[in-house]
Write a protein that binds this ligand. Structure first.
Ligand code: ADP
Length: 462
């Protein structure tokens, strides 16, 4: 699969990056230690050389050339592990004394004559075609004008550094192998949650099942946060899909009744109607049913439009008392039929910038419910006042109330409470109220006590 290939490529890239970083770090570390080691070995060689020089200088001072001959030649020089050569010339560079280890005999000692006027700070390097290592020499005048030259070989330190280099070269191979394995492991570990994530998403795409979830690793890092967010997103999508499915079922169910009636009326008319009056009555029945179907569809599109912000609002400055009067006028008859007292009270000069048709319909829907869900002898009251820069409209009833289970859901499309199912309705009234009010930048709230009554409030920006 494509994402598997991409992940594999990512894995290889990460592994290579990690091992390259590892190897570069190792090489850097080696280079730094190598430079430090080589300079300190060099410094130590030069210190030794100067010590030797001073020693011979002191011997010459006390016993002259003969003492040096005795001391150096017999024991120390040929017997010591660190080897030196010593050369003494007269001021015209005629050689008076020269002793060096036997195996250094293939150096071009002629060059030593170039080092006649130097002080002990300058180090001359003697090279040989036969040896890879050099001789380092310092020189200075003795008290009687003769010249003392002392030399040491770089052999020991070069051998040591060579061994160090070859050990590192063989280690480097192991290091590359190890860094690749470590990189592979580390890349695998850090990509594993992403692998799981991909597999889960793939499972959801392939099976269409939204109940798969990822298990957080409990590390609390960025990936865990991503996993938690991903699960949360799946929950949300799952519940949304569930609600959409439910809403679709409800719409199908609610459309089926008027459509069946529509069809029934037409069928009966075709089978039994004789006179023009019969046909006319059947057609009126059909019209009524189609009207119901259209209302359901129109309400659904209105809610969608208001919720997505696509609804056009014809806003104007509206006197709330005018709206109240129109609503009371519209519902006076129904309230009277049901013997429910419908009253209103409001502050003076309450105006708001609103679309009067939409807000009238919102208030109307709440009043319609209030009358519908209030038994005979009850009352429905409308109030309006200004509060903290908002216009608040309250609709109170003494009806059956809403159970705490229903309360959070009553604003959902096509939701019908458990207690009022016997009353006619589609479960769209309050969704429309919420959508219209929120399209105005307002809020709707409800408090209810089952058996005592409910109170709906609309708050609109003044
Ligand atoms: P319906 O068409 O069912 O009235 P609504 O969206 O208008 O749909 O209301 C949703 C549900 O809220 C109703 O089914 C009912 O259970 C509950 N409800 C709304 N208003 C009231 C009220 N004033 N008193 C009691 N229950 C109410």
């Amino acid at each position: 699969m494509r994402e598997q290939r991409i992940l594999k490529r990512l894995n290889v890239t990460l592994t290579l990056q990690l091992s390259v970083i590892f190897i570069i770090t190792a090489i850097l570390l080696f280079t730094v230690t190598y430079i430090l080691l080589s300079t300190s070995l060099k410094r130590k060689d030069h210190d030794d050389l100067r010590m030797k020089y001073l020693e011979i200088w002191a011997q010459y001072q006390t016993g002259g050339l003969s003492l040096i001959q005795r001391e150096i030649v017999t024991d120390e020089l040929l017997g010591s592990r660190e080897l030196f050569f010593v050369r003494i010339t007269d001021p015209r560079l005629a050689q008076l004394f020269f002793v060096y280890p036997q195996r250094w005999n293939r150096y071009d000692y002629q060059q030593l004559d170039l080092l006649h006027s130097q002080t002990e700070d300058t180090v001359l390097k003697l090279q040989s075609e036969h040896y890879s290592y050099k001789l380092e020499v310092i020189a200075a005048k003795l008290y009687d004008g003769n010249l003392l030259q002392v030399g040491i070989s770089t052999e020991n330190r070069e051998l040591f550094l060579k061994r160090y280099r070859s050990i590192f070269a063989s280690l480097l191979f192991l290091l590359i192998l190890f860094s690749f394995i470590a990189g592979l492991y580390s890349a695998f570990r850090s990509l594993r949650p992403i692998h799981n994530l991909t597999a889960t998403v793939r499972a959801i795409i392939d099976t269409g099942r939204m109940d798969s979830r990822l298990t957080p690793r409990g590390t609390g890092d960025e990936l865990d946060v991503l996993i938690l967010l991903f699960n949360e997103m799946l929950d949300k999508i799952d519940s949304l899909i569930g609600r959409m499915r439910e809403a679709l079922d409800n719409v199908a169910h609610d459309l089926r009744t008027p459509l069946t009636r529509f069809r029934g009326t037409a069928e009966i008319a075709l089978q039994t109607a004789r006179t023009e009056k019969d046909y006319r009555e059947s057609l009126i029945g059909c019209l009524e049913e189609s009207e119901k179907i259209l209302t359901i569809l129109k309400t659904l599109t209105d809610i969608s439009e208001a919720e997505t912000g696509a609804m056009h609002l014809d806003k104007e400055t509206v006197d709330i008392s005018r709206l109240f009067a129109e609503v009371l006028d519209l519902y006076a008859y129904v309230a009277e039929e049901k013997r429910v007292a419908l009253r209103s009270s409001l502050h003076e000069n309450l105006t708001a910038e609103i679309d009067p048709n939409r807000i009238r319909q919102a208030i109307g829907n709440i009043v319609d419910n209030a009358i519908k869900y209030t038994p005979d002898g009850g009352s429905v009251q409308l109030k309006a006042y200004r509060d903290d820069g908002e216009i608040v409209i309250r609709i109170l009833d003494t009806g059956i109330g809403i159970s705490t289970d229903d309360l959070p859901n009553i604003w959902d499309r096509l939701y019908r409470g458990t207690r009022g199912r016997t009353e006619p309705g589609l479960g769209l009234g309050l969704s429309l109220v919420k959508a219209y009010v929120e399209a105005h930048g307002g809020r709707v709230t409800v408090t209810s006590h089952p058996g005592e009554g409910s109170e709906f409030a609309i708050a609109l920006p003044a």
